[in-house]
Design a protein around this ligand. Structure first.
Ligand SMILES: NC(=O)c1ccc[n+]([C@@H]2O[C@H](COP(=O)([O-])OP(=O)(O)OC[C@H]3O[C@@H](n4cnc5c(N)ncnc54)[C@H](OP(=O)(O)O)[C@@H]3O)[C@@H](O)[C@H]2O)c1
Length: 495
């Protein structure tokens, strides 16, 4: 069990009535309260626009906690948290509200014994980041003088390198870099945190983790859902910006970076940045040959009509937004030179899964591989969600008098043994922000490197109109995604 957080603090959530707060942040705080992690001197101030008072707001949260927490609601624990939650109503772009917010927080600070420490969590649209941050500064709420003030920023961090740089400039003009926590909730997932231990804590893995032994590495983040109620956001973002820029490139960096010199977040960040900067730039031909974009169409699945992306509420009927992307990437560094990384992500795919598969080189076709053509190469599969675990498949003789060979699996299921007890990403990340540990947050340098890679893809796409829709819901995406790998003698491992 992690240690209790001892630092007093007012945790101010801008966007207190939003989906993220209700589905993730408050349930995460409740789980942390059950685990006894939160300090007694804690106040949670939720800022929203709706006309609610604190009692109404507190009452409205119980249903979310009941539905979204991993622990059942225990009256004593819920009451402990409930009485620390407050609602403050204001219109965030309006600077007149901030002096009132300051006075109110200062007053609460005295009552709750929170010693001036503030964690400002921006659970709002990115267009509100600038007015919030500048008004906090303009009203003397970020002094870092004898107390600390930190800011947590949700993704998306910009829409391209230019907007991200602008946003970063605004935030860094108010908060020093060590007090800025850019969340990518994927990084809080248990198996991603485990990845470094697997890689650098086992001689057997680290010594074969290179292009001499590995044939290709595949990273998949597949969803079965469609765009659901996120049309407004998704139409402007698509799979490239929503998933590749942040989650997928972060997973890739953790899989492929060099060993850091220690576990300090700066050392880890430096290695991730170095790897992201080593990704080879593509020319127009490579863009065409190595990247596939897709959009799901309409289909009849299990007797039910599944609407195509263009038929979803809030989506333009001729939308050019991609709901799928697959790509082949090469890194120009010593460890990986020439070895392909295949990444894919999409909505309405065959299975909900996020996983990494390392396909090892096949043995020379001299002994068994000559005789048994169907033998599978060794695979190391790291399952990140929904199931968490790792398995290694290898070839072995079938028991009996014959000489038949089959592929067998050694499997470690991390989530099986810890059902319900494996903390959600947001629990870990909130605790880390309160403890001032940046390890699982994304630095500006990583964001800059990944936007510069993603921008080049977005620019190449602008030159041509895609032929959408081009894949059927419930499949693994467009046929071109399979063809991409087949051209290089590979295929996706749809495990
Ligand atoms: N939802 C998720 O699972 C998720 C996951 C990752 C990242 N994010 C990011 O987190 C942020 C919030 O997402 P969300 O899904 O929670 O959005 P949401 O449900 O639309 O909530 C937006 C929040 O912002 C508040 N707000 C908007 N304009 C305001 C104004 N002028 N003054 C005061 N409050 C205002 C809303 O208050 P009212 O309700 O009173 O209008 C609401 O509390 C977005 O940047 C999103 O991309 C969300």
């Amino acid at each position: 069990m992690p240690e209790r957080i001892l630092t007093p603090c007012i945790f101010t959530i801008f966007g207190g009535t939003g989906d993220l707060t209700r589905r993730k942040l408050i349930p995460a705080l409740y789980n942390m309260a059950v685990d006894g992690l939160l300090p007694d001197e804690l106040a949670v101030v939720c800022v929203g626009r709706r006309p609610l008072d604190t009692q109404e707001y507190r009452d409205s949260l119980l249903a979310s906690v009941t539905k979204h927490s991993r622990y059942p609601v225990r009256t004593d624990k819920w009451e402990w948290l409930r009485e620390r939650i407050h609602y403050f109503r204001m219109d965030l772009p309006d600077s007149e509200g901030y002096p009132l917010l300051k006075a109110w927080l200062d007053d609460l600070d005295e009552k709750a014994g929170t010693q001036g420490n503030r964690l400002f969590y921006l659970a709002v649209a990115p267009s509100l980041f600038e007015p919030i941050v500048l008004n906090l500064h303009g009203n003397g709420m970020v002094t870092n003088n004898g107390s600390w003030q930190r800011v947590v920023i949700e993704k998306p961090f910009g829409r391209d390198l230019r907007s991200a740089s602008f946003l970063n400039g605004v935030i860094e003009s108010v908060f020093p870099p060590e007090n800025i926590f850019r969340i990518d909730h994927y990084l809080g997932k248990e198996m991603l945190r485990n990845l470094m231990v697997i890689r650098f804590g086992n001689a057997v893995f680290e010594s074969i983790w290179n292009s001499r032994c590995i044939d290709n590495i595949q990273i998949t983040a597949a969803e079965t859902d469609g765009v659901e109620n996120r049309a407004g956001y998704y139409e402007n973002s698509g799979a490239l910006r929503d998933m590749l820029q942040s989650h997928l490139l972060q997973v890739l960096a953790l899989v492929a970076m060099e060993p850091p010199i220690n576990l300090d977040y700066k050392s880890i960040r430096d290695e991730k940045v170095k790897f992201l900067r080593s990704l080879l730039k593509m020319d127009d031909e490579a863009f065409r040959n190595h990247i596939v974009r897709g959009q799901y169409g309409e289909a009849l699945l299990d007797g039910k009509i599944i609407r195509g992306y263009r038929q979803e509420a809030g989506i333009h009927p001729e939308s050019n937004t991609e709901t799928f992307i697959a790509l082949r990437i090469l890194a120009g560094n010593f460890r990986w030179g020439g070895m392909p990384f295949y990444l894919r992500t999409g909505k309405r795919l065959a299975k909900k899964t996020t996983c990494v598969v390392l396909e090892f080189k096949s043995m020379p076709e001299i002994l068994y591989f000559k005789e048994y053509k169907g033998l599978q190469p060794n695979l190391l599969e790291i399952r990140i969600q929904p199931e968490e675990g790792i398995s290694f498949s290898f070839n072995a003789k079938k028991p009996g008098s014959g000489n038949e060979i089959n592929t067998v699996k050694m499997d470690y299921c991390q989530s099986c043994g810890y059902e319900n007890n494996s903390p959600e990403s947001y629990e870990r990340l909130i605790a880390d922000a309160l403890r001032n540990d940046q390890t699982l947050f994304t630095s500006w340098e990583e964001i800059e490197a990944s936007w510069s890679f993603v921008d080049s893809i977005a620019r190449s796409w602008e030159k041509e109109t895609a032929s959408f829709p081009n894949y059927i819901p419930g499949t693994w995406g467009p046929a071109a995604s399979d063809e991409l790998l087949a051209r290089y003698g590979h295929h996706w491992w749809n495990l």
